[in-house]
Design a binder for this molecule. Sequence first.
Ligand SMILES: *Cc1c(COP(=O)(O)O)cnc(C)c1O
Length: 465
Amino acid sequence: MEPSPLELPADTVQRIASELRCHPTDERVALRLDEEDKLRHFREYFYIPKKQDLPPIDLSLVDKEEDAIYFSGNSLGLQPKKVKTYLEEELDKWAKMGAYGHDIGKRPWITGDETILGLMTDIVGANKKEIALMNGLTVNLHLLLLSFFKPTPKRYKILLEAKAFPSDHYAIESQLQLHGLQIEKSMRIIKPREGEETLRMEDIIEVIENEGDSIAVILFSGVHFYTGQLFNIPAITKAGQAKGCFVGFDLAHAVGNVELYLHDWGVDFACWCSYKYLNSGAGGLAGAFVHEKHAYSIKPALVGWFGHELSTRFKMDNKLQLIPGITGFRISNPPILLVCSLQASLEIFTQATMKALRRKSILLTGYLEYMIKQYYSQDRAETKKTAVNIITPSSIEDRGCQLTLTFSVPMKQVFQELQKRGVVCDKREPNGIRVAPVPLYNSFHDIYKFINLLTSALDSAESKN
Ligand SMILES: *Cc1c(COP(=O)(O)O)cnc(C)c1O
């Protein structure tokens, strides 16, 4: 039977279990979910690491031929098999024709970034003129802040969430310093309530309403890197703009993870990297967005020759004809090898579509949450077993694919035991382990196997205490 789009993940799991006449935690449920998954063939488009090749593996604990349980797509996405082909095409071209490659072939190097722009539009919900593929994420954040953050004596703050990613935090601090502002007065950080891990929307809106007149820029992440909380981008945008603030987002953990409609939401600016859910490889080509409404009013503060109109760029007459909008923010010629790896991944997204990926993702992560609750809820503490707590919001609208787990024992040991067993995830201070099942290449069976390995890891960690 087809699941209804409105069915909650836990209900789907229970429905399938009752169809199969087994317990919801039975392996057959995972296998059935995989059978019914219309996106399952996309796993074949990626290299899945083998357990035997992972540096921390303990070969006495695993079947070495087995695929790793790769739940680190939020940190570095896996390699699409096509990357090598596309890289070789450009390396060959370079070898055979040198500088002629600038203008010729599938990806003329001069417009290399533009050849793949159309693959990004649906992922972020913007048109081509609103997106540029350039630089790294933090560089783009700086370039955007240089144009959007114009403090005045009355409006001088940047509003952000607590425990923002360090690079964003430093970028904001240094931007404030660049304008001679005092960080304590100008960097407005919203913290969760005492005893809570994630932010409440009503608290964010309240700060915007109370202090909006003194806030120049609101800069939030789309999905928080540590807690996995998905912020309500359209609501924050609307509330901020009603107070006259510019509203921008760092979408590092949101892009390729949740559906985005930057244009329709009226977001002022955004930036993202492409090596996490977008699988472009470490240091891949980052993205930036400036809404069309600002195309002629917001200009780049720092300009280079790739911001000049293509038709006259190579006249070299030093009379700048700036391309309107974000396209004019491009400074240097595009790195073609980075275009290749990003293209290989984005083509898969185009085939799969964000809508279908998100739908699978909700069920995949919902299944993981269901299994964790079944096996490791708090009442285990009474039986002296380790309890596993999920700090990521439980409601579907408030999270993407990642769950952040905390433990009633020190997380370091649990993490090491997971690594030895071929689970790739990461630990983040203070005490979280982040697991991100990615709908493009993770399966429901991966989750089933993860739960077994987690049980074994917890048993082992407990026996050592
Ligand atoms: C991953 C990440 C970064 C990394 O920045 P780079 O410039 O790509 O090194 C920055 N900010 C956030 C929120 C991130 O998640």
